[in-house]
Design a protein around this ligand. Sequence first.
Ligand SMILES: Cc1cc2nc3c(=O)[nH]c(=O)nc-3n(C[C@H](O)[C@H](O)[C@H](O)COP(=O)(O)OP(=O)(O)OC[C@H]3O[C@@H](n4cnc5c(N)ncnc54)[C@H](O)[C@@H]3O)c2cc1C
Length: 338
Amino acid sequence: MDIQRDVSLKGLNTFGIDAKASYFGEFHSVAELQNLISNPDFKSLEKLILGGGSNLLFTRDFEGIVLRNRILGKEILEQNEDFAYVRAGAGEIWHEFVLFCIENGFGGLENLSLIPGTVGAAPMQNIGAYGVEIKDSFAYLEAVNINDGKIQTFDKDACHFGYRESVFKKELKGQFIITCVVFRLSKKPAFNTSYGAIKTTLDEMGIKELGIKAISDAVCHIRRSKLPNPAEIGNAGSFFKNPEIPEIQYNILKEKFTEIPCYKTSPGMVKVPAGWLNEQCGWKGKVVGQTGVHKNQALVLVNYGNATGAEVKKLSEDIRHSVKEKFGIELETEVNII
Ligand SMILES: Cc1cc2nc3c(=O)[nH]c(=O)nc-3n(C[C@H](O)[C@H](O)[C@H](O)COP(=O)(O)OP(=O)(O)OC[C@H]3O[C@@H](n4cnc5c(N)ncnc54)[C@H](O)[C@@H]3O)c2cc1C
């Protein structure tokens, strides 16, 4: 592996933050990764695994080694009448993998079309959109232990998937490098069009025959029209998670804030859209120096060009404080802050 010194990460994170990595390298295979882990020159360095950099905020230079995952490969492992098991290298681009599955007639990931990033990062936060999460089609993954280089397999239970959560973001944070993911996809998929504007978009697009390709096209269309493109304006998608609160607390809030939206999650619990809370606190479209809150998406913090990660983080803290003060609700960050 070719290791470089003092590398700018500006082009490698969708926020476009100009942080530096003291060391930087790319690995293309498990063996290459294991060699690096066992190399005494790098053993003591802090390590950060980088995919597409679309869920990261660098608030400082990274004094250790940034390792970019470039393990590629897509393979249909086995299939029967109903299901197909498909494996993808962790460095594959997520959306390209989704398209590969659709081309082969395998359903389950179409609602997750166009989410930026890599396959390997997808289980990290159990990516989700339009009523679907990857846990719904997940079979297992392989990961390398960052301390001893040994390969370990994690099935769905071992991943402890939750809302934008997994064991890799919590208990095992920084301990494993995901090298491949295997999905169990359906050859007779049940279509999920109930969420967001999928149905109306399918109508507007004149799509009469429902299928996984049609759903993917509709999702791409909605996402392109709704979400800021990181190629045009630096961002990492939703900065905060939608907070889950007890229904009792929600009912008390509703007396004062009659318009407050929610959706039920489990008995006695509801989720409140964080974007709505931010908007009510006056943040939507706000510009603070080189950073700000997107004009159409109050959940998305942006870099207008030269913001530092510390500035974006400060803005996020100000938003959290104001939401806490007005609604008594604690916002949790979805983006990984470094
Ligand atoms: C415009 C936009 C829209 C988005 N929409 C959505 C959405 O709808 N739903 C959603 O869930 N997310 C969304 N995201 C967030 C993001 O796309 C996902 O979280 C994605 O999975 C991140 O992939 P990545 O490769 O860019 O990860 P990175 O940002 O590179 O890494 C994210 C975290 O995972 C770790 N990591 C990365 N790869 C590995 C690996 N192989 N092994 C171990 N750890 C690893 C990193 O160290 C870091 O902690 C959006 C982001 C943007 C910019």
